[in-house]
Write a protein that binds this ligand. Structure first.
Ligand SMILES: [Zn+2]
Length: 194
């Protein structure tokens, strides 16, 4: 799931604007997001909930680390999408978590080959960060990296996505949203020139 890291970056909406909108306001939000993305099962969540209640400070710390990681991921892919080099500091945040993830990664057989499997204790409060880190590493080293784009909205939407269009011409997070606004603006400017 290479796109997972981009979805994670998008949990802060209007990322490139002055007034971004946070979707991860608590450890529970982080868990719920993990569940929605299929990283954590219902049972995982119940166990984590109990653990988080027992260790409020530790779960708060995991949330902070998750946000720090998310912002590094955002800046890395935002730079890549703009054809620039990511900051070394952002790469070291990612690499710090990658080292922990790789220590628990295993190769396991599948029906038609092998795959990476992230082992470790799913009841650990920060387990869910591992698949995200893995996805960022996979995407950065994949031949699909040039498909990563950031919404071209000039108000700072900052949505990261994979451009799956055949001629790689997608510019907006959503044609109904930023795309539509841009279209309306172009239309308005054209009309004014007449
Ligand atoms: Zn957008």
């Amino acid at each position: 799931m290479k796109k997972l890291c981009l979805d994670f970056a998008n949990t802060l909406q209007w990322h490139a604007s002055e007034n971004p909108q946070e979707h991860l306001n608590s450890y529970k939000d982080l868990m719920d997001w993990g569940h929605k993305k299929g990283i954590l099962s219902e049972i995982d969540i119940q166990k984590l909930n109990r653990e988080a209640r027992r260790k409020p400070d530790a779960s708060e710390k995991v949330l902070k680390r998750a946000i720090e990681l998310r912002e590094a991921i955002y800046r890395i892919f935002s730079a890549v999408a703009a054809g620039a080099h990511p900051e070394a500091g952002d790469l070291s945040i990612l690499n710090r978590d990658l080292a922990k993830t790789m220590a628990q990664s295993r190769i396991t057989p599948t029906k038609d080959g092998f795959t990476w499997d992230i082992n470790g204790n799913k009841e650990e409060l920060d387990w869910m960060l591992k698949p995200i880190v893995r996805s960022a590493a996979d995407l950065l080293t994949s031949n699909e990296l040039d498909r990563v784009k950031e919404c071209a909205d000039d108000k700072g939407c900052g949505w990261l996505f994979m451009d799956r269009s055949r001629n790689r011409s997608r510019r907006w997070c959503d044609m109904k949203d930023c795309g539509n606004r841009a279209k309306a603006k172009r239309f308005y400017i054209r009309k004014q020139k007449k």
